[in-house]
Design a protein around this ligand. Structure first.
Ligand SMILES: Nc1nc2c(ncn2[C@@H]2O[C@H](COP(=O)(O)OP(=O)(O)O)[C@@H](O)[C@H]2O)c(=O)[nH]1
Ligand SMILES: [Mg+2]
Length: 474
């Protein structure tokens, strides 16, 4: 049997021995106390309740001091939590106290959502502690533990709603108990407790395992929820000054157990059960949080056949699982990539084919247009060459006609000269002359010109006829 197994089972194989004289380990509790006193203590209280219900006043009354109190309005858009830490000292015991107050709790239309920021806050504190615990190099001895040890849930005497917050030690209190009559208060307490039971809300039960406090705790469990009155005002009652609320009809003494349960709350919360609240937070609520978190991360104490597995084994198994999963994902991604590439390739090929066919169409169109243009060009060339020919012929003709014109002009002059003769002599063929513009013109022009060569009439008439044939009028 391994030595660790022996250590775990102290009753088996362990022999009780009596000591012959003083050894000294009976001072262990003192050592522990001294060490604890040296280190100091820390305690964190969360006060849940609507604005103005008396949270700050009760804290001031409980710890007999004036904490910083921030007035908050009823118009907060959402619930916030405000934490303030103070260093307190009583005798030689130092206490690092954190008071967390809800701001704007229950002031919104949707009351259900008021709880979420509270739950988140509680979880965040557990998470910070877990992170510190999981560090390789951790310093828990000087770590500021902000986990909530006690949650005072303030219930208004005029209606209430308490939701399950299984994450912390809840101590329900009826605030401003001076505003409710004694008989109403009694009924109200019974009603609240039965509602808590029927709704399955777990509240903190003062522990009964320590017999020194079991009796008082049993009695106190029967007084829950505590009906409290808060006040820091000192009023003279008899021959001493007491904390009280003074009214025209009388004085409500905070520390008078006939008036309210303030003393019970202080006794239970601070004097008797503070250490148990701290312990419960660590061993019950934090342990639960830690277990769930580690299980979420895949850590387990036992394997498939209920065999114990070490953290190292779980880590290795988890790592292997992760690597397999990673490989699977990688294969999937690769396959997906190949598939995508194939799809893209086929898309590109389709596009290429389409482009090619479009190109062929355009090429065909272009060839047709080119052929048509060439045909046109050929026709134009033909036209041009025939035009050039005609032009050359025309130029030739022009040149010829220019040469001829010189002679024609000369002839025409003669002819014109002769026309004088005709005009005079051939008056009769005026019809003939009218048929020819120029002759008619000449006729009109020259009719008035006197003509003297009448003796040559016949000869000139023949000449005129010849001229008329050779140079027809234009
Ligand atoms: N009647 C009555 N009034 C109280 C009591 N405790 C506080 N108050 C008053 O209620 C008001 C709001 O108190 P406060 O502690 O600031 O409430 P908080 O917003 O919850 O912190 C103040 O005017 C207090 O004097 C109480 O036990 N009884
Ligand atoms: Mg306040």
């Amino acid at each position: 049997m391994a030595s660790s197994d022996v250590a775990r089972q102290p009753d088996q194989g362990v022999r009780p021995l009596s000591l012959a004289g003083h050894v000294g380990f009976d001072s262990l509790p003192d050592q522990l106390v001294n060490k604890s006193i040296c280190q100091g203590f820390c305690f964190n209280i969360l006060c849940i309740g609507e604005t103005g219900i008396g949270k700050s006043t009760l804290m001031d009354t409980l710890f007999n001091t004036n904490f910083e109190n921030f007035e908050s309005s009823h118009f907060e858009p959402q619930v916030k939590l405000r934490a303030q830490t103070y260093d307190l000292q009583e005798s030689n015991v130092r206490l690092r106290l954190t008071v967390v107050n809800t701001v704007g709790f229950g002031d919104q239309m949707n009351k259900q959502e008021s709880y979420q920021p509270v739950v988140d806050y509680i979880d965040r504190q557990f998470e910070s502690y877990l992170q510190e615990e999981l560090k390789i190099k951790r310093s828990l001895h000087n770590y500021h533990d902000s986990r909530v040890h006690a949650c005072l849930y303030f219930i208004s005497p005029s209606g209430h709603s308490l939701k399950s917050l299984d994450l912390v030690n809840i101590i329900p209190v009826i605030a401003k108990a001076d505003t409710i009559s004694k008989s109403e208060l009694h009924k109200f307490k019974i009603k609240i407790m039965s509602e808590l039971v029927s709704n399955g809300v777990q509240i903190y039960q003062f522990p009964l395992d320590d017999e020194t406090v079991a009796k008082v705790n049993t009695t106190m469990n029967g007084h829950l929820p505590f009906a409290v009155v808060g006040s820091t005002e000192e009023v003279s009652v008899g021959n001493k000054m007491v904390k009280a609320r003074q009214y025209p009809w009388g004085v409500v003494q905070v520390e008078n157990e006939n008036h309210c349960d303030f003393v019970k709350l202080r006794e239970m919360l601070i004097c008797v059960n503070m250490e148990d609240l701290r312990e419960q937070t660590h061993t019950r609520h934090y342990e639960l949080y830690r277990r769930c978190k580690l299980e979420e991360m895949g850590f387990k104490d036992t394997g498939p056949e209920c065999k114990p597995v070490s953290l190292q084994q779980t880590y290795e198994a988890k790592r292997q699982e992760f690597l397999v999963e990673l490989q699977k994902r990688e294969d999937e991604v690769r396959q997906m990539f190949v598939q995508r590439v194939k799809e893209k390739e086929s898309e590109l090929k389709d596009a290429e084919r389409e482009l090619q066919s479009r190109f062929e169409q355009l090429k065909h169109l272009h060839a047709n247009e080119k052929a048509a243009l060439e045909e046109k060009k050929r026709l134009l060339d033909d036209d041009q060459s025939s035009f050039s020919k005609r032009r050359a012929a025309a130029q030739l003709l022009q040149a010829q006609s220019l040469t001829a014109n010189g002679k024609k002009d000369k002839d025409r002059k003669n002819y014109v000269g002769l026309s004088y003769v005709m005009n005079v002599t051939v008056k009769a063929p005026a019809d003939c002359a009218a048929a020819h513009g120029w002759l008619a013109l000449d006729y009109r022009h020259y009719t008035t010109v006197p003509y003297r060569y009448t003796e040559q009439v016949v000869c000139l008439s023949v000449t005129l006829f010849w001229l008329h044939v050779k140079y027809p009028p234009v």
